[in-house]
Design a protein around this ligand. Structure first.
Ligand code: NAP
Length: 282
């Protein structure tokens, strides 16, 4: 029987540090670190993430500015607003909530964020730094995946890691971080043949596909670490990609949904806002 790999311990440690830091700033009469969230159009998934980010920010003493634009906003107007946020010393981190409407050039918009304020590692410059192994802001979900794995297995050298999902925001950066840890990494996707067999070779299995309970014990090597990134709405509940009870029969560790990857992601995002503050405004 496996163990539950909860994200709450990691998240609470980060939250404690952030709270102490913002308290210290307040005592010094300094302004709070500030995160600007930009959303275009409406998306129920984004609404859930944004309200959670806002709630956690405010509980930790971080200022959260929420800008919501209608679907019809012109790309140039959006770029102008991002440019002025880049130049505004009172804003320390900027996150563009995804998805963006099809009419907007997502790459251009994400890459218009100053790399120094790009706290979710969305810009081309940070992606390029990550792939070259340079210091970078990394997409917070990918960072959360790695920290959870390393919380139970510090040395990943030589291990087989399989990441299912190849999005720019989750699958690819997670695979890259695992590669930097000297794991042998395979990335799978919807066109992968023999997915089950490949997954069964994994010492570390990361699933980021968004299909409720898709991964059961048949996909899992005995003793593996299983990280469930998926968050889908299923029978009125937020559900992961992994059939938790089945996976626990064979895996060594399984992250729950909710309470796993997602719990750590927001804390990493806010910790990154504090890092920017420390660097430029302390
Ligand atoms: P995405 O852009 O839709 O990517 C999904 C990936 O899964 C794609 O690469 C797709 O392959 C692959 N896939 C889909 N069906 C598959 C199948 N049957 N077999 C193998 N691969 C399959 O999604 P995302 O943005 O990466 O997010 C993935 C999941 O993580 C979603 O549930 C999302 O809500 C969740 N998420 C959670 C957090 C968190 O903090 N907990 C943060 C971000 C996202 P193709 O490339 O071939 O289409």
């Amino acid at each position: 029987m496996g163990e539950v790999l909860s994200g709450k311990v990691l998240a609470n440690n980060l939250k404690e540090d952030i709270k102490n830091y913002t308290k210290f700033l307040k005592e010094q009469g300094k302004a709070a670190p500030c995160l600007l969230s930009i959303q275009v159009g409406e998306d129920p998934g984004s609404e859930y993430y944004i309200s959670n980010q806002q709630k956690v920010s405010e509980s930790l003493g971080i200022k959260f500015i929420k800008k919501s634009y209608g679907e019809g906003i012109k790309e140039d107007d959006l770029l102008k607003d991002i440019d002025s946020a880049n130049k505004n010393p009172e804003i320390h981190g900027i996150i563009i909530q995804l998805p963006l409407p099809k009419e907007i050039n997502i790459n251009k918009v994400l890459s218009s964020i100053s790399p120094e304020k790009d706290v979710d590692g969305q810009s081309d410059i940070n992606i390029s730094r990550l792939y070259k192994g340079e210091e970078a802001f990394v997409p917070c979900t990918a960072e959360s995946i790695l920290r959870l794995i390393k919380s139970v297995k510090d040395n990943l050298q030589g291990l087989r890691a399989v990441v299912i999902g190849r999005s720019t925001i989750v699958g690819k950066p997670a695979a890259n971080l695992l590669l930097q840890e000297n794991a042998t990494v395979t990335i799978c996707h919807s066109k992968t043949v023999n997915l089950k067999e490949i997954c069964r070779e994994a010492d570390v299995l990361v699933s980021a596909i968004g299909k409720p309970k898709f991964i059961d014990k048949e996909y899992i090597k005995p003793g593996a670490i299983v990280i469930d990134v998926g968050t889908s709405s299923h029978e009125g509940k937020i559900t992961g990609d992994v059939d938790f009870d089945s996976a626990m029969e064979v895996a060594a560790f399984v992250t729950p949904v909710p309470g796993g990857v997602g719990a750590v992601t927001t804390s990493i995002l806010l910790d990154n806002v504090c890092k920017v503050y420390r660097k430029y405004a302390d």
